[in-house]
Design a protein. Sequence first.
Length: 162
Amino acid sequence: MLPCIAALAQPASPQQCRALPDAQARLLCYDTWVDGQAAALKTPGQVDPALAAAAAAAAAPALVPAAVSTAQPAAASFGLEQQARKAEAQEVESEISGLFEGWGPKHVIRLANGQLWQIVDGSSAVLYLKNPKVKVRRGMLGTYVLEFEASNETAKVRRLER
């Protein structure tokens, strides 16, 4: 409680308030300083309360630490990463040109759109499909799943950067 008592006395500057370790005492100190500044402006018959409030409001932004003003944009977008991800494509549709005979572990599959996908789950399948239509969908936990239209076979894949 000693910091609160110290904050009740009229501080000479906002720097004295900034030095207080307790957040509540620091806020009380700032409020007391602003009230003191407004009272100093008010002399009987010269300044009305609305002008004193305007002066106090104008002095308040100068007292806000710079870290708070730079943190607001980051705080404003907090949690929106998931919404940004929803805007991304959730699946890609293409086909595999020619006769597709299946895959094995680490097999690389070239889609007609030029993308290369590698089997990563160690699975294998034997399929004889001509120009099969495929979908690559987002799976759980950042995985991708390759699905074939003419079959119920699926495989976990990752995109290669080529």
